[in-house]
Design a protein around this ligand. Sequence first.
Ligand code: DAH
Length: 345
Amino acid sequence: MDIEKTEKRALLEIRETTSKKELEKIKKRYLGKKGEISEIFKFIPKANPEERAELGKKANRLKAALEKELKKKEAELKKKKKKRRVKSFDPTLPGKRSVSGTLHPITRARKKACKIFREIGFSVVLGPDIESVWYNFDALNFPEEHPARDMQDTLFIKQEGNPPSEKRLLMRTHTSPVQIRYMEKNQPPLKIIVPGRVYRNETTDATHEINFYQLEGLMVDKEISVANFRAIITEFVDRFFGEDVEVRLRPSFFPFTEPSFEVDMSCSVCKKKGCSVCSNTGWLEVLGAGMVHPNVLKNAGLNPKNWQGFAFGMGFDRLIMIKYGIDDVRLMYGGDLRFLNQFRY
Ligand code: DAH
């Protein structure tokens, strides 16, 4: 009879249980009427007289040790149960308001613009942020000495040596290069829009940022005219601003379109009466556009004798600033929650 071994085993069992039911079973197994300890006590009178005293002492010590450990465990389990009860779900308590984020105004404007254009049959296409000089400038008919290519306006990627324009890399300064990329791989008729981030090497102020978001549009088919452009852009502006807006075209210049226009919309703040937002003109400039230059079609592998179309480009930041009367583009990128939380609904 190894009392020490029994003690070790019993203590371990007690310590390791995690339920009250199990603890009861252990208690019965060792201290019950027919338990192991009762068996030991029953055995003592039959033992050698010399061993009896020693056995008795050991058995009593074992009993006391087990009783102590059992009590300890009982208390521990009771405490645990209480704790659990506090944690449990009480449906009568008032709920905790959870803090949720909101979509950035630019994200929302992008989603809305893409939805409107999809509904009038345009596909949404994306292009790379890191672009080659070829796609960003050459293919778009920018003359070699055009000031936009200047280091002052364009963020060039550091490269070894003097790579040719197809390999010379920069951060795209507009979304227009995607026109070429798309026309190279897809035959007209085509109707696409390209939302995306663009980069400029600029000093920031209330109307300039080093990066911003544009929406490019391109429609090419056999007989696309300025009238088609006018109809589509009027539809877009009406739906985006949620009201009847007047649109007017002014002659302008872009290397990749001929003729080119600047597109204005009637001021949604003062309804053409004149206010500070439109500098008292009643009109707000919203985008650049034009009929795709024959050289651009050629550079993308299309025959300008067979195809023609229009293209346009607008800044999301500008659209949002007009829509909400925001006077500083830097607010858009500052991450200030006081600004961002206003776009919650
Ligand atoms: N890419 C021009 C810019 O960043 C915007 C633009 C103007 C795009 C006229 C066009 C366009 O497609 O036809 O300023």
